[in-house]
Design a protein around this ligand. Sequence first.
Ligand SMILES: *Cc1c(COP(=O)(O)O)cnc(C)c1O
Length: 221
Amino acid sequence: MNIVENITKIKSELPERVKLVAVSKTKPNEDIMQAYNGGHKIFGENKVQDLVNKYETLPKDIEWHFIGHLQSNKVKYIVPFVSLIHAVDSLKLLKIINKEGGKINRKINCLLQMHIAEEETKFGLSFDEINKILDSEEYSQTEFVKITGLMGMATNTNDTAQIHKEFAYLKSCFEKTKVGYFKNDENFTNLSMGMSGDYKIAAEEGSTMIRVGSLIFGARG
Ligand SMILES: *Cc1c(COP(=O)(O)O)cnc(C)c1O
């Protein structure tokens, strides 16, 4: 398993617009440093404690993305340095991120997570709920939050038609959200969809950011 080769291969197959977030969760710093020394600087983690440990011990020019479900009481640990929070799924969480960002005068980039899969266990908002949040008075006062796009996870299935359908739906919601709320906002550009098993389909359906772990670093134990 050659980490740098894996990254190079994935990147070579992607359209220019698609950014690769290397999901390093559960993997040691040595693995991240292999990728880093090969020129890759964007990594994703899904546990706050792990992300903080890695941020503190690894080079400071790494762009750290938080891709997991974020608990309110842990927001404060990552706002000083996180580049993008992928999975904001409530107005409550958005308000806490805003409050913590305000304390250190830093605007925090966030994506709203949409529920597009059939599984009920996956987090995320419906398109209706996204509209409600963006229409709310409270959202209009979150000056330390910058919503730069949407994120979603497709159903874990071999049915590629189903995956295509779910990603196409997310893409259409992204376009509607852009037109409805972010028309003149050049920052609303991120559509985070696609993982090891389905990133090619996601890219075909208009993804601008894929989150790939096992295909780069190997299976997680
Ligand atoms: C773990 C994880 C990934 C990466 O999964 P792989 O199948 O290993 O590529 C992507 N997105 C989220 C939200 C994850 O938790």
